[in-house]
Design a protein around this ligand. Structure first.
Ligand SMILES: N[C@@H](CCC(=O)N[C@@H](CS)C(=O)NCC(=O)O)C(=O)O
Length: 197
């Protein structure tokens, strides 16, 4: 069976859980507390030298890290990956954007504010305006699209919803981006998240 090493406070880790739950893939979840340094133990580093969750151990013992790479592997051949080549490339476009421009702002500010409990004055001041631009870009796209790609749920939505639904914990006001709010509700309903997380 698949084993997921993940921290429940991490959107990156929950992405993997959401894909498994959606696709009915059985797994064992090993809670790995980032704040307690559980990703830095010799045992964990032997498995993932990057010292990060999520990491998965496949049923044959092979290991894979990086949330979006894991999702892509688990969702291979499913309807979470568009079959049309252009739509599939668009999904990758959003996945790369999520890792480079979204997670590095929205998730990072949330972590500093909600988990490291830093006062706003001690958090990089660039993160707030950057995050507002990220959410505005999403809002503009969602004004004319129900989902990020191809009119239906894909890995792009799962990657982006993971931290966007918690953006308020990072000090971002989601009420300013109503199309994002509606899309979060839609994806949470698709993924049955009220029950799952
Ligand atoms: N790009 C990676 C980011 C992974 C990452 O930053 N993981 C954090 C938790 S969200 C972590 O394990 N931090 C522990 C550490 O760096 O010591 C992914 O998408 O999986």
């Amino acid at each position: 069976m698949l084993t997921i090493y993940g921290d429940s406070i991490s959107g990156n880790c929950l992405k993997v859980k959401f894909v498994c739950d959606r696709l009915g893939i059985p797994y064992r979840w090993v809670e790995t507390d980032v704040l307690k340094g559980e990703t830095r133990t010799p045992e964990f580093l032997a498995m993932n030298p990057a010292g990060q969750v999520p990491a998965v151990k496949l049923s044959d013992g092979r290991v894979l890290a990086q949330s979006n790479a894991i999702m892509l592997h688990l969702a291979e051949g499913s309807d979470l990956i568009p079959s049309d080549a252009y739509d599939r490339a668009l999904m990758f476009q959003w996945l790369f954007w999520e890792q480079y421009s979204h997670e590095t702002v929205i998730a990072v500010r949330r972590f500093h504010k909600a988990y490291l409990k830093k006062p706003d004055a001690e958090i990089d001041p660039a993160l707030l305006p950057k995050g507002e631009r990220v959410l505005a870009l999403m809002n503009d796209h969602l004004a004319t699209h129900r989902y990020f790609v191809g009119g239906k749920l894909s890995l792009a939505d799962i990657a982006l919803v993971a931290y966007t639904r918690w953006a308020d914990q990072g000090g971002f006001e989601l009420s300013r981006t109503p199309h994002v709010q509606d899309w979060i509700a839609r994806v949470e309903q698709d993924l049955d998240l009220a029950r799952a997380a």
